[in-house]
Ligand binder design. Structure first.
Ligand SMILES: [Zn+2]
Length: 132
């Protein structure tokens, strides 16, 4: 492919928001500390707890994640070549996992005779497993 042409393209990459773990919301202010204290004192009332901290009433238990604007996912544009490399890497990892599974099946089935031994040896070398 023409490198100069490829440099003109970018791909939109989406991924789970690391701040909220994809939920789009975060615990409201002071709710985590309330829950921690509640785990020690089960009679602790939210109304009393938050009033003692200056709240008129308990704040919302969840607030929208500012980083992803509540969407749970983020996106950014990456160079086309970078996207292709990531895709190839992902396919390679999936294939190695699949082959690792095949090696495990061969081992568990005791298929390490003359017919399968070369395949098993090659698979184990490829997936980095122990041949023993
Ligand atoms: Zn988020």
């Amino acid at each position: 492919m023409n490198q100069i042409l490829l440099d003109n393209y970018q791909v939109r990459k989406t991924y789970e928001c690391p701040s909220c773990g994809g939920f789009g919301v975060l615990p409201g202010p002071d709710w985590e500390s309330f829950r921690m204290e509640r785990s020690v004192d089960e009679n602790l009332e939210a109304t009393d707890y938050f009033r003692a901290r200056g709240y008129e009433s308990p704040p919302p238990e969840e607030v929208r994640c500012d980083r992803c604007q509540g969407e749970g996912i983020l996106s950014e544009f990456v160079p086309f070549q970078e996207a292709i490399q990531a895709w190839r890497h992902q396919r390679r990892v999936r294939l190695l996992n699949l082959l690792s599974g095949v090696a495990t099946v061969l081992q568990e089935a005791g298929l390490d005779d003359e017919d399968f031994k070369p395949l098993l040896t090659a698979l184990l070398r490829l997936v980095g497993g122990d041949e023993s």
